[in-house]
Design a protein around this ligand. Sequence first.
Ligand SMILES: Nc1ncnc2c1ncn2[C@@H]1O[C@H](COP(=O)(O)OP(=O)(O)OP(=O)(O)O)[C@@H](O)[C@H]1O
Ligand SMILES: O=P(O)(O)OC[C@H]1O[C@H](OP(=O)(O)OP(=O)(O)O)[C@H](O)[C@@H]1O
Ligand SMILES: [Mg+2]
Length: 291
Amino acid sequence: MDSQNNLRIGVPSKGRLSEIAGDLLSQAGLKYRRQNRGLFARVNGLPIDIIFLRTDDIPTLCAEGAIDMGVTGSDLVDEAGLGSENSAVSTRMQLGVGRCRLAICVPDDTSLKTAADLDKKRIATSFPTVTADYLVKHNAKAHLVALAGSVEVMIGLGVADAIVDLVETGSTLAANRLKILEEIGSYETVLIQGSSCRDKDTADRVVRRLEGVVIARDYSLLEYNIPRSKLSQAEAITPGFNSPTVNSLENKDWCSIRVMVRRKEVIDAMEKLESLGASAIMETSISNCRL
Ligand SMILES: Nc1ncnc2c1ncn2[C@@H]1O[C@H](COP(=O)(O)OP(=O)(O)OP(=O)(O)O)[C@@H](O)[C@H]1O
Ligand SMILES: O=P(O)(O)OC[C@H]1O[C@H](OP(=O)(O)OP(=O)(O)O)[C@H](O)[C@@H]1O
Ligand SMILES: [Mg+2]
């Protein structure tokens, strides 16, 4: 196939999402070699090119049709003004990683109570579009100072009365003696697709492959034996992704169950199943799946 028709996927060239995106694509069987600081790589055996870009440029370049798909933060999709329905990009998948919140933050000892109190104040942020939208909804007219980074120090420097920035663990806020006044939104890493995508079949294939990895990361396979008389109670504890697989055992009064369970619920489910009378309860991790 002519490489001009290859599906182009934009991947962060540096920063925290660069490794996250690379690992996901590699686990989904999209193998490529990035040479030195090259900005382009061809995927082995598939009609796909990887373009390495700044994370915050990926939504706009996808909307412009320069790339067909991209891995980026949903916060950056919103900030590019592309978060609404009917826009030039759509979110194909939430990737279950890179979770963070965007928040209005103020000094620990502030007298400010709500977003409305920010009227006539100064706010420093790397998210002027999302911030302006939020302030309009809360009837506050503030002066926005748009910056590329290190936003948390701006109150101390006298540049602003409040900031709007991403918060993950909250440790940067604590280190700068700031606290959250209001949360604007919750975000995560997403796979986006442009409306003029040049190869929708390959794009769907990429989505299916990534779904296999993302679901597998979230779930474990649980197997156990249970008396048939307890089957419906066991099914209530582990309803499964679709429904559990029930197999017969030599002893007709018993059956064996195979079921997918959210990883964070496994220990709790094991305890409940044991109390119910289940035996040989085993958890196996899954690295990839098709449901
Ligand atoms: N703690 C966090 N701080 C900032 N961004 C985060 C955090 N956790 C997840 N993210 C996501 O990562 C995106 C930033 O990705 P980027 O590739 O620019 O990484 P970076 O490490 O912030 O790079 P840079 O050094 O250029 O600031 C955010 O838009 C957000 O979606
Ligand atoms: O709640 P936390 O876990 O502390 O994470 C949030 C901090 O991390 C990010 O900064 P980054 O490291 O990207 O530096 P930057 O400001 O230079 O972009 C973000 O802008 C916050 O400052
Ligand atoms: Mg950053």
